[in-house]
Design a protein around this ligand. Structure first.
Ligand SMILES: C[S@@+](CC[C@H](N)C(=O)[O-])C[C@H]1O[C@@H](n2cnc3c(N)ncnc32)[C@H](O)[C@@H]1O
Length: 386
């Protein structure tokens, strides 16, 4: 039976295999602030991280001071049978309430997790609103009536570890999302692409002023599309901001503006229009010349985001992109991370692999003849094998 909350658009229901969860009672457009909620219980910092002996005493003290009702609420969260009943439950606290405390919210803490993957990715995200002292749950995709609202507990790509093991260790549960239940080869491809992305990002700024900026922008675009395919769509903001900086360093206001607009719109969706992130991006999108190192690398015309990137960023429904075809899978799997990174950066990736090259008439004729010959050969092989 759904339990209504004080928020009319959502309800808490039982979700098979996950305990309780939050569902939408009506259509929720992308970018909507679904809930803004003050934590019902606040505990000292470290509550859900590494707990030292000092920390544990502080937490135990805070727990013993809870009202009976709050203690019952704390107890209502799941805890794996092999875990300590207090430490296991502390994992449900969102890292909010400023720098020195963690909070357990009545409704937001009932949102379940789904991993970021090409099969499925979260439709919501939460963020701590410092000035309101409230945790916000925001729709990052369109959410339909009856659909479960899910966030990712592990959306931080730079600390990425293969999903199931990480979730088991950090949160004490077996995740059965579509990403975790993919065949091992598909998960391996994702792991390799994410590791390559994580190697690409820290090197990016050191390339500014050293390499052809148009090539750098091309690499950024490729990486944006790859992380989007992998479901880490928040990364778009950071990479669009990098592209903005590069264009601003070269004094190209038009291109810089287009990149920063993407960043601004992502921040609006994830953090809201009152956030500092959004306001800074809005200011720079309006006047790229205010960038602190404007035109420091000399004046050069660069490039704004491609149609493909814009389409991805602004399409209404983020449909799950097609998975790579067999030849690409084996090509990626067989490559070590570093060479895959180079392959991705040079554009020889799954995107270019999926776009068939344009052939002239004579090339088409040759290709048809080759295909015919191959078909004949393979049918004769089958006959031999039989
Ligand atoms: C923050 S709580 C979410 C609300 C919780 N389901 C409840 O009943 O109160 C996190 C816990 O929910 C469960 N959970 C969340 N996402 C899950 C998933 N994808 N697969 C399995 N269990 C999940 C796990 O028990 C996890 O420790």
């Amino acid at each position: 039976m759904p339990t209504d909350t004080k928020f009319p658009r959502i309800a808490i229901v039982d979700i098979p295999g996950k305990g309780k969860g939050v569902i939408a009672k009506e259509f929720i457009p992308r970018g909507t602030l679904i809930i803004s909620e003050r934590p019902r219980i606040t505990l000292p910092a470290n509550a859900s991280g590494i707990i030292d002996i000092q920390g544990i005493f502080g937490i135990l003290e805070a727990l013993s001071a809870l009202s009976e009702e709050d203690a019952e609420f704390f107890q209502s969260f799941p805890c794996a049978p092999y875990e300590d009943p207090i430490l296991g439950r502390l994992k449900h606290f969102t890292p909010c309430v400023g720098d020195d405390a963690f909070g357990l919210c009545l409704t937001i803490c009932r949102t379940n997790h789904t991993c970021c993957s090409p099969k499925e990715s979260p439709n919501a995200s939460y963020v701590w609103n410092r000035s309101a002292k409230e945790e916000e749950l925001r729709a990052i995709k369109e959410i339909h009536e009856g659909q479960e609202i899910e966030v990712s507990y592990t959306s931080e790509i730079t600390t990425y570890e293969p999903h199931p093991a990480y979730l088991r260790r950090k949160f004490g549960f077996e995740c059965f999302c579509k990403g975790c239940t993919r065949p091992a080869v598909e998960r391996h491809i994702s792991d390799q692409r994410i590791l390559a992305y994580n190697a690409f990002v820290p090197r990016l700024h050191s390339r500014f002023g050293q390499e052809n900026p148009l090539q750098i922008l091309k690499d950024i675009e490729t990486q944006i599309l790859i992380v989007c395919e992998e479901g880490f769509t928040f990364e778009i903001a950071g990479r669009a901001d990098d592209a903005f900086e590069l264009c601003a360093l070269h004094g190209d206001a038009a291109s810089a503006r287009q990149w920063e607009e993407i960043c601004r719109d992502r921040y609006a969706m994830y953090f809201g229009p009152n956030s500092e992130h959004f306001k800074t991006a809005q200011r720079l999108a309006a006047r790229p010349q205010d960038y602190r190192a404007w035109q420091m690398l000399g004046r050069r015309n660069l490039k704004g985001p491609s149609k493909q990137v814009l389409e991805y960023c602004y399409r209404k429904v983020e449909t799950v992109p097609a998975l790579p075809t067999e030849p690409s899978i084996s090509a990626v799997v067989s490559k070590p991370v570093a060479s895959q990174d180079t392959a991705i950066a040079s554009g020889s990736n799954l995107h270019s692999a999926s776009a068939p090259p344009k052939l002239s008439k004579s090339q088409k004729k040759k290709a048809r003849a080759k295909a015919k010959k191959q078909a004949e050969e393979s049918s004769s092989k089958t006959i031999v094998a039989m």
